[in-house]
Design a binder for this molecule. Structure first.
Ligand SMILES: C[S@@+](CC[C@H](N)C(=O)[O-])C[C@H]1O[C@@H](n2cnc3c(N)ncnc32)[C@H](O)[C@@H]1O
Length: 298
């Protein structure tokens, strides 16, 4: 039976682009509930090896259970992909990351991801380590909070809101929403998702982790290996685009313009792949998804 709690985003496009094949090694750096990984396992069959990572131990446990009956060797690691440089990983045919939040994060009111529920402000992917959003708010200066709101949420009234947050020190989703309503008035409804996104990115160090992934994952690819990343907001997509462009651009001789060192990678997606109307209708979260892929040439 299909797990409707998390419909894997852009699944057909991921499989077409990354084309996992029989006997291959696949690293899923964000296994979540295992939607994409289930399809990877079916493709790599008995002789394949799936290495599945997630920062969220509850999601990882659910993925492990869901994937256990499928063929292929499986290794599950509870860790953040920012730990990639310290992990002893084999070379891979496919590396994949589907960034950000999964449905259980929103569905469980205890996690503090949804501003529609009243709950403690947690917002961590990994509830076993790190600082909650409430603790982050409690220790942040108005200047730090303003930077987080502006940089990660592109919140226009970042300064006024940061001052209000510093004054009120909200500890629950409701208290934070009240601060946003006080400052942003009738615009509050549209600003709330930006504020929650900003805090989530800060609390989980999401952009730093992505930078590590983009730097350390491509060298792990075997010759002809493929890597794909799905991002959900422009800050992430910009980072993926720049990293992939650098990897796929040859070095040229400054004087003659001739290629001095050919690029080790080629772009599989000149433009990011987006979900079609049908997928968006079935899964509104797919609306902001952007898939970019590269391939190791030699
Ligand atoms: C969008 S979901 C993945 C869904 C998955 N592709 C599926 O089909 O079920 C993103 C997952 O990545 C995890 N995650 C986010 N950032 C992470 C990081 N830096 N390291 C490891 N896991 C991370 C989250 O905990 C979440 O489970």
């Amino acid at each position: 039976m299909q797990n409707t709690r998390h419909l894997p985003v852009l699944l057909r496009e991921v499989l077409e682009g990354l084309s996992p094949g029989e006997g291959e090694t696949v690293l899923d750096a964000t296994v979540g509930l295992g939607g994409h990984s289930a399809a990877f396992l079916r493709a790599i069959e008995e002789k394949g090896h799936l290495i599945a990572i997630d920062a969220d131990s509850e999601n990882l446990a659910e993925a492990r259970q869901r994937l256990q009956s499928l063929p292929g060797r499986k290794t599950f690691e509870h860790c953040n992909f920012r730990e990639l440089p310290d992990m002893a990983l084999p070379h891979c045919d496919v590396i994949f990351a589907d960034l950000g939040v999964s449905s259980p994060h929103y569905d469980d009111p205890e996690r503090g991801f949804s501003f529609r529920e009243d709950s403690p402000l947690d917002l961590r992917f990994d509830r076993e380590s790190g600082e909650t959003a409430a603790a982050f708010i409690a220790r942040s200066t108005p200047g730090e909070m303003q930077r987080v709101l502006f940089r990660y949420g592109e919140v226009r009234q970042a300064r006024a809101l940061a001052l209000r947050i510093a004054e009120q020190k909200p500890q629950t989703t409701k208290e934070l929403s009240t601060c946003v309503e006080f400052v942003c008035k009738f615009r509050a409804k549209s600003v709330l998702p930006q504020v929650f996104q900003a805090l989530r990115i800060a609390v989980n160090g999401e952009l730093d982790a992505l930078a590590v992934l983009l730097r350390h994952a491509p060298p792990l690819l075997k010759e002809e290996g493929r890597m794909g990343v799905i991002s959900f907001h422009s800050l992430e997509d910009r980072m993926v685009k720049h990293a992939f462009r650098l990897l796929t651009t040859p070095e040229r001789d400054g004087r003659t313009g001739a290629i001095a060192t050919p690029a080790r990678f080629e772009l599989l997606t000149k433009k990011p792949i987006k979900a079609g109307e049908q997928e968006i209708a079935a899964n509104p979260r797919a609306r902001s998804a952007r898939l970019r892929m590269i391939k190791r040439a030699f």
